[in-house]
Design a protein around this ligand. Structure first.
Ligand code: HEC
Length: 243
C-alpha cells in the first residue's frame, strides 16, 4: 500500500513537471548553451547598454530601477544619465517604456512583455538562442520569423548588428539551418558575444540580489569564523573549572 502511494506520488510529480520541462526546452527546438557570469561586471555593463539602446523602447523592466542597476554594475550617475536613459525618466525611476502598451499591441499584435524576469521564466539558453535566430520571412508582417518562437510578433531589432539570415528548409518545410545572407556591423562571433552580454544582463535583472549575495558571502563566512573562535574561547573558559 505504502509502495503504491509513493509510486502514485512519483507519477503525479512527473506529470506536473512534464510541461515545465517541455517549456524550458523550447518545445524540441535545439537551444545553444550560454555561459552566464554575473561576476563579469564589464559584460553586465555592455549588456545594460544594449538593453537600453535596443529593448527598452518596447519592453519595460519595471522591477528594476535605473540607479540601483547602475550602482550594482558600477556605472556612475553621470554616465547613466548621458548614455542609458532615453525615456526622460529620473535616475530613481523603474525602467518603464516610452510607448503606451495598447499602441504596441496595435502595431505588433502583442504587447511586448516586461523583461524583468524573462531569463528565469524562459531560461538563459532560450533567450540567447532566440535573439540569434531571426530569419527573413516575407510572409510575416515584420518581414522576419524566428526558429525558437514561431511567428513571433517582435521584429529583428538587432539586425544592424547581426545582419540578415535566411532559413534553409527540409522536405517537410522545417527549418534546418540559418545562413547569414547579409552581414551586419558585427562578425558572427562578435554578435554572439554581444548577445551573451545582453542575456547576462537579463539574468542579473531577474535576480539583482545575486550580486549583493556574492559581495556579502565572504563577510558572512568571516563573521562565522570569528564567532566560532569566540565561542571556542568561551567554552574553554567555562570548562576550565570543571576539570
Ligand atoms: C519594436 C518593439 C520591440 C523591441 C525594440 C524589442 N522587442 Fe522583444 N518583443 C516585442 C513583441 C511585440 C514581443 C511579443 C511577441 C509575441 O508574443 O509574438 C516581444 C517578445 C520578446 C521576447 C519573448 C517573450 C516571451 O513571450 O517569452 C523576448 C525574450 C524579447 N522580446 C526580448 C527582447 C530583447 C532582449 C530586446 C532588445 C534586444 C527586444 N526584445 C526588443 C517587441 C519588441
Amino acid at each position: 500500500m505504502k509502495k503504491m502511494t509513493i509510486k502514485a506520488f512519483a507519477a503525479t510529480a512527473m506529470l506536473m513537471l512534464a510541461p515545465v520541462a517541455g517549456f524550458a526546452s523550447g518545445g524540441g527546438v535545439h537551444l545553444d548553451h550560454v555561459k552566464i557570469d554575473m561576476g563579469d561586471k564589464a559584460s553586465l555593463q555592455r549588456g545594460f547598454k544594449l538593453f537600453a539602446n535596443y529593448c527598452l523602447s518596447c519592453h519595460a523592466a519595471s522591477y528594476a530601477r535605473y540607479n540601483r542597476t547602475a550602482s550594482d554594475l558600477g556605472i556612475s550617475e553621470i554616465l547613466l544619465k548621458e548614455n542609458l536613459i532615453f525615456t526622460g525618466a529620473k535616475v530613481h525611476s523603474p525602467m518603464h517604456v516610452a510607448m503606451p502598451a495598447d499602441g504596441a499591441k496595435d502595431w505588433f499584435g502583442k504587447t511586448p512583455p516586461d523583461l524583468s524576469v524573462i531569463a528565469r521564466s524562459r531560461g538563459t539558453d532560450w533567450v540567447y538562442t532566440y535573439l540569434r535566430s531571426f530569419y527573413l520571412d516575407p510572409k510575416k508582417a515584420t518581414g522576419t520569423n524566428n526558429t525558437v518562437f514561431k511567428d513571433v510578433g517582435m521584429p529583428h531589432v538587432l539586425w544592424e548588428l547581426q545582419g540578415w539570415q535566411e532559413a534553409e528548409h527540409d522536405e517537410h518545410g522545417e527549418v534546418t539551418h540559418l545562413k547569414l545572407v547579409e552581414p551586419g556591423s558585427m562578425q558572427p562571433a562578435e554578435y554572439d558575444a554581444a548577445v551573451r552580454d545582453l542575456v547576462n544582463f537579463l539574468a542579473y535583472l531577474g535576480e539583482p540580489a545575486q550580486l549583493e549575495r556574492s559581495r556579502l558571502g565572504p563577510w558572512v563566512l568571516l563573521f562565522l569564523l570569528l564567532f566560532s573562535f569566540v565561542a571556542y574561547l568561551l567554552k574553554k573558559e567555562y570548562w576550565k573549572d570543571v576539570h
